[in-house]
Design a binder for this molecule. Structure first.
Ligand code: NAP
Length: 462
C-alpha cells in the first residue's frame, strides 16, 4: 500500500511519501536503541512535565490536527475534535498518575526470609507500535503516553493512509521537550514489520489492527519470544431489554453503530433486542439511522462521512451483498451512494443467519444487524457465538439481568446503559480472537515493564 494521504471524499492523492530506505531504517533503529539507554534513567517527574507540555501543545494545535485527521481518514471534524481532546486527556492522565503507577510494590519480607522485598517496575526498552487509521491520533497516543511515562522508547509504524498524522506525533513529542529519538515514526510498509520485529533492539510490540495482521505479528513475536499486546477486531453485541428507555437506547444505538463512520472496533455491531420491544425498537432505530446526514466530513451538519479507503468500502459492500443475496433485508441503506468518494449509507439489516459472512466476521462500516431474542440468556448465547470478544453493551434496569450479563458475556469490557468507549482511566482490551493484553490505566502501562522482584537479605555480620 502506498504511503500517502488520499482524500476519502474525492479519491484524490493529496500527498505521497517515500518509504524509508534500508539505511534510513537502520539509522532510526540505532537511534532508538541509543535513546533507550539514557531515557530509562530520566526521572518520572521529568517525563510527566514533558507529557504535560505535549498536552498543552496539542491543545493549541487542536484545530489544525483535527482538520488533518478528517482529511486523511474522513471522520467528521466534530469527531476528530473529540479524538484530539481525548489525547490531551490521556497525556495529562499519565502525567498526573505516572509517578504513583511506578511506585514499588512492597512484599512481606518475613515470609520469604528477607530483610526487605518488593517489586520494582522498570522500562523494557524500545517498543514497536503498529497502529490503524481509524482513530489515528488516539490509537497511537494510547500506546505512546503510557510507554513514554514508563521510560520506554517508541517507534511507530502507522497505517499507510495516515502518514501526516504519524509524523505530527513525532514532532509533538520532540517539541514538548522529550529527548531526541525517544519517539520516532517509521514510514515503512507492513511487509517490513517482520524485519523490525525480529531486530534485537526491539524489546516488545503492540498492534491494533485486523486479525490477519495480528496472526502474522503474534507468530513472529512467538518465534523470537517477545512480549506483545494485541488489540484486534470486534463485533460487539448491543443487547436491549424491555425495562429500558427505548428513546435513549435507540439514540445511543445509532451513535454506537455510526461513530467514526462505523469504523470503530468497539462500535455496537450486532443488536439483540427482546421480542417484546423488537418492533418498537426497530421502528425508532430505522427512522433515526435513515435521518442521518451523510456528506462532507468538514461540514458541521454531517453525521456520517465517507469510509476511509476504497477497499474498505468494497469490503462493506461485499458483506451486505452476500447477506442480502442469502435472504437478509435492508430496512434502510444497503447500497453505495452514487457520488464521488467512498461513501456508504447507514444501513439496518434483519434476517441475518449463520450462512452469511457478516454473522461470523466484522463489518467495518455503518451497517447494523438486528436480531429478535426471547430472553437475555438467548441474547448472550448468540452474542458469545462470535469469535470476537472485545466490548459489549447491555440496556436494562434490572439488577439480576445486569449481573447475568457481567458474569456471562464473553468480552473484555462490559458496558451497561451507556455506550462502549475508551477512557485513559480504565483498562481497554479483549478476549478470544479480539486479542490479548490491556491498554490504558495502570495495567496498560505495566504491559511493557519489567516487574522486577527484589529480595534483600540481612546485612552480612549484622
Ligand atoms: P490492518 O490492515 O491490520 O492495519 C493495521 C495496521 O497493521 C496498519 O499499520 C497496517 O499497515 C499494519 N499491517 C497490516 N498487515 C500487516 C501485517 N501482516 N504485518 C504487520 N503489520 C500489518 O487493519 P485495518 O483493516 O486497516 O484496520 C481496522 C482493523 O483494526 C479492524 O479489524 C478493527 O476492529 C481493528 N481495530 C481494533 C481496535 C482495538 O483496540 N481492538 C481499535 C481499532 C481498530 P498498512 O496500513 O501499511 O497496511
Amino acid at each position: 500500500m502506498a504511503i500517502a494521504t488520499i482524500s476519502p471524499v474525492t479519491g484524490e492523492v493529496l500527498k505521497s511519501f517515500d518509504e524509508l530506505t534500508p539505511e534510513e531504517l537502520e539509522d532510526k533503529l540505532a537511534r532508538a536503541a541509543a535513546a533507550a539507554a539514557s531515557y530509562r534513567l530520566t526521572r518520572v517527574e521529568q517525563r510527566a512535565s514533558w507529557l504535560n507540555q505535549a498536552a498543552d501543545n496539542l491543545e493549541k494545535d487542536a484545530d489544525s490536527v483535527s482538520t488533518l485527521i478528517t482529511t486523511e481518514m474522513g471522520k467528521t471534524y466534530r469527531a476528530a475534535q473529540e479524538e484530539v481532546a481525548k489525547c490531551v486527556r490521556g497525556l495529562r492522565f499519565y502525567a498526573a498518575n505516572g509517578p504513583e503507577f511506578l511506585q514499588n510494590l512492597p512484599g512481606d519480607a518475613n515470609t520469604v526470609g528477607a530483610k526487605e522485598t518488593y517489586v520494582t517496575y522498570q522500562p523494557i526498552g524500545v517498543v514497536l507500535a503498529v497502529m490503524p487509521w481509524n482513530l489515528p491520533l488516539w490509537q497511537a497516543m494510547r500506546f505512546a503516553a503510557p510507554a513514554l511515562t514508563a521510560g520506554n522508547v517508541g517507534v511507530l509504524k502507522h497505517a499507510s493512509n495516515v502518514p501526516q498524522t504519524a509524523l505530527y506525533m513525532e514532532q509533538l513529542f520532540r517539541e514538548a521537550g522529550f529527548p531526541d529519538d525517544v519517539f520516532q515514526t517509521l514510514l515503512i510498509s507492513s511487509r517490513r514489520v517482520e524485519q523490525v520485529l525480529r531486530d534485537d533492539r526491539i524489546a516488545a510490540a503492540t498492534l491494533t489492527g485486523s486479525e490477519p495482521a495480528g496472526r502474522s505479528m503474534a507468530t513472529i513475536t512467538g518465534d523470537v519470544i517477545k512480549r506483545m499486546v494485541l488489540e484486534l477486531g470486534g463485533s460487539d453485541p448491543f443487547i436491549v431489554m424491555p425495562s429500558t428507555d427505548l428513546e435513549r437506547a435507540t439514540d445511543v444505538a445509532v451513535k454506537a453503530r455510526t461513530l467514526n463512520n462505523g469504523q470503530s472496533c468497539i462500535n455496537g455491531k450486532r443488536f439483540f433486542v427482546h421480542a417484546d420491544i423488537y418492533d418498537a425498537f426497530l421502528d425508532k432505530f430505522v427512522a433515526k439511522m435513515g435521518a442521518l446526514v451523510v456528506g462532507d466530513p468538514m461540514d458541521a451538519a454531517t453525521d456520517v462521512g465517507p469510509l476511509a479507503t476504497e477497499s474498505g468500502r468494497a469490503d462493506v459492500e461485499a458483506y451486505v451483498e452476500d447477506a442480502v443475496g442469502k435472504g437478509a433485508k435492508a430496512l434502510v441503506g444497503g447500497k453505495r451512494l452514487d457520488r464521488p468518494g467512498w461513501f456508504y449509507p447507514p444501513t439496518v439489516l434483519t434476517g441475518i443467519t449463520p450462512e452469511m459472512n457478516m454473522y461470523h466476521e466484522e463489518v467495518f462500516g455503518p451497517v447494523a444487524q438486528v436480531f429478535s431474542v426471547g430472553s437475555l440468556a438467548e441474547a448472550l448465547e448468540q452474542a458469545n457465538a462470535h469469535p470476537y470478544g472485545l466490548g459489549s453493551n447491555l440496556w436494562s434496569q434490572d439488577p439480576a439481568e445486569r449481573e447475568l450479563f457481567i458474569r456471562d458475556v464473553q468480552s473484555g469490557m462490559a458496558f451497561i446503559n451507556g455506550n462502549t468507549t475508551s477512557y485513559p482511566e480504565i483498562p481497554f482490551g479483549g478476549v478470544k480472537r479480539s486479542g490479548y493484553g490491556r491498554e490504558l490505566s495502570d495495567l496498560g502501562m505495566r504491559e511493557f515493564m519489567n516487574a522486577k522482584t527484589v529480595w534483600i537479605g540481612a546485612d552480612v555480620g549484622a
